[in-house]
Design a protein around this ligand. Structure first.
Ligand code: FPP
Ligand code: MG
Length: 348
């Protein structure tokens, strides 16, 4: 954890975290980042440069949220999806990739206000340190800046996909999967929620990247579908890691979703496999003691539900890779395949 105090005047240190690691694909040592190394370095400068504003308070809050690292997955998708577009300049690709990262960051800043979250990515949240007003305004600024960058590309179709993603994100954030006796319905609601809150943004990054200074409807639809399936896999693995990673890796307590009453796939599958154990249901309904909560988190963590959830994510990864099959076998396509494989084996 970075050393922050709970006052606006505090001295803050923010150590950037590593942005992903090499992975393997088809026996070949390959990193989805290697192909776009130059672009990612330029992106990092562009993203951090957004915090360079004359307003001291805004500069401070922006540097917290933009300097906290993260996987830069959405910009990587924009950069890979636009990699083969001969007319797309580096500057325009970086602008779109930065917009994707800023929109993602804006949603997280607002989400932390909604969820009353105190920490994210191992650092304290803006709402926790500076309060809700400044957090909402910081998210608004990032949202505005991402829109400005996309508008600057001068492409109404790209702007339209960007706006679609924003509206879907809002609808996804509004969904609250209900826990009833009908677990199949709870699972359907969970799927709708993760589609909205995660998959849509990955689909937007992929689709708009493929559209940048190019006109290939087949590539556009393949990249949209790839991003959507990848996003589903990514979020399911996130929900698995919430149980299986360490507190240090997560930057929050193990089993945080369950403790907060948030229904995710591992909990749903656990309840389906253990109809006689009501502990998970009681935790989700807010009626469990501390020891019962610990039991429930531990029970899910060590159950078959984890492996079943991973298998579900792996099916989405296979689906994502399948959507690439209509595309030419380029280095960018192979990097997108590697990225999809990486999503299921990642540890944070
Ligand atoms: C995190 O979910 C939530 C999101 C990624 C989406 C948030 C979307 C909004 C606030 C609406 C749109 C906002 C803007 C600025 C257009 P989580 O709480 O389950 O995950 P977490 O553990 O990462 O917090
Ligand atoms: Mg949240």
């Amino acid at each position: 954890m970075s050393e922050l105090r709970d006052t606006p005047g505090s001295t803050m240190t923010f150590a950037p975290r590593p942005t992903g690691s090499p992975t393997t694909f088809a026996g070949e040592r390959i990193s989805y980042q290697r192909l776009i190394e130059t672009e990612l370095a330029a992106l990092e400068l562009a993203v951090r440069g957004i915090a360079d504003v004359p307003n001291a308070v805004l500069a401070r809050t922006l540097s917290i949220v933009l300097g906290a690292g993260g996987k830069r997955l959405r910009p990587a998708l924009v950069l890979l999806a636009s990699h083969g577009n001969p007319h797309a300049s580096l500057e325009r690709r970086i602008a779109l990739a930065t917009a994707a990262e800023l929109l993602h960051t804006a949603t997280l800043v607002h989400d932390d206000v909604i969820d009353l979250a105190a920490s994210r990515r191992g650092s304290q949240t803006v709402n926790h340190v500076f309060g809700n007003t400044l957090a909402v305004l910081t998210g608004d600024y990032l949202f505005g800046k991402s829109g400005e960058l996309v508008a600057g590309l001068g492409s109404p179709p790209i702007m339209s996909v960007f706006s679609w993603a924003v509206m879907e994100l809002v609808k996804g954030e509004m969904l609250r999967p209900q826990l009833t006796d009908d677990l199949a319905e709870t699972e359907r609601e969970y799927v709708a929620k993760i589609r909205g809150k995660t998959a849509v943004l990955l689909a937007m990054a992929c689709e708009t990247g493929s559209m940048l200074d190019a006109d290939d409807p087949q590539a556009r639809s393949s990249m949209h579908a790839y991003g959507m399936s990848l996003g589903m896999a990514f979020q399911i693995i996130d929900d698995v890691l919430d149980f299986t990673a360490t507190e240090a890796e997560l930057g929050k307590p193990v089993g945080n979703d369950l403790r907060q009453g948030t229904v995710t796939l591992p909990s749903i599958l656990y309840m389906r496999e253990h109809p006689d154990d009501s502990s998970v249901r009681r935790v989700l309904n807010g009626g469990a003691s501390d020891s019962e909560t610990e039991h429930a988190v531990d029970a899910v963590r060590h159950s078959k539900a984890i492996e079943s959830s991973r298998q579900c994510a792996a099916r989405y990864v296979a689906e994502a890779v399948g959507h690439l099959s209509t595309m030419p076998n380029t280095p960018a396509r192979r990097a997108l395949e590697a990225l999809a494989e990486f999503v299921v084996i990642r540890h944070d």
